[in-house]
Design a protein around this ligand. Structure first.
Ligand SMILES: [Zn+2]
Length: 201
């Protein structure tokens, strides 16, 4: 009977594996649905808000706290590593970022001190530029200062991906996008990809 038993066992394992694959596929579909739903709430190029300079925050109130919470939720759902208020059409100098396993951080009225001595070129995506990724040169070390949503001072010394993310988000607050910072050839290709598709009706 040992053989039969083994056979039955194999069969069960196979079943479990198929169920596991189906479950994983469902989870992936669910994540993609959530991502698309979040992207639908984020301004997409060529929305004018993306090209405008945001204003200094003067009121550290409930609106600001709720804005930051909403931004963190959307960043998470959209599977992004950073999000600026201008990407929601809110012209306030606030962004959130989460380049690693650390909890998401929010910075209000950010000031960047950029160490110009070391730079790197990497492809960057943007939640407002659909699938476009373009090479952008950034400093690899920055100091980020500003306030948290409660109005308390914050200061972060960041490098590599974290440094890149906060430079990208800080650019958003000045109405500057990756396609404004990349080389002319990459910009041309990106603008081609972002051109609205003609519809024939
Ligand atoms: Zn962006």
């Amino acid at each position: 009977m040992a053989h039969d038993h083994e056979h039955e066992h194999d069969h069960e394992e196979e079943h479990e594996q198929v169920d596991e694959e189906t479950a994983e596929r469902r989870r992936e579909q669910e994540r993609e649905f959530i991502r698309q739903r979040a992207l639908a709430q984020i301004r997409q190029y060529p929305d004018v808000a993306l090209q405008m300079r945001a204003h200094e925050v003067t009121e550290f109130d409930e609106f600001l706290v709720q804005l930051v919470e909403r931004m963190q939720d959307l960043m998470h759902d959209a599977q992004g590593v950073g999000l600026a208020a201008t990407q929601l059409g809110v012209l306030q100098r606030v962004f959130v970022f989460q380049p690693d396993e650390e909890p998401a951080r929010a910075v209000v009225n950010p000031r960047l001190t950029i160490d110009e001595s070391e730079k790197a070129i990497e492809d960057e995506g943007c939640l407002s530029l659909r699938e476009v990724r373009v090479p952008v040169e950034r400093a690899t070390k920055v100091v980020l200062e500003g306030k948290d949503p409660n109005g308390d001072d914050v200061r972060y010394e960041l490098d590599d991906l974290a440094a890149r993310v906060v430079q990208h988000e800080n650019d958003h607050l000045d109405g500057v996008l990756t396609i404004d910072r990349t080389d002319p050839e990459s910009r041309k290709q990106a603008l081609g990809a972002l051109r609205p598709q003609p519809t024939f009706a």
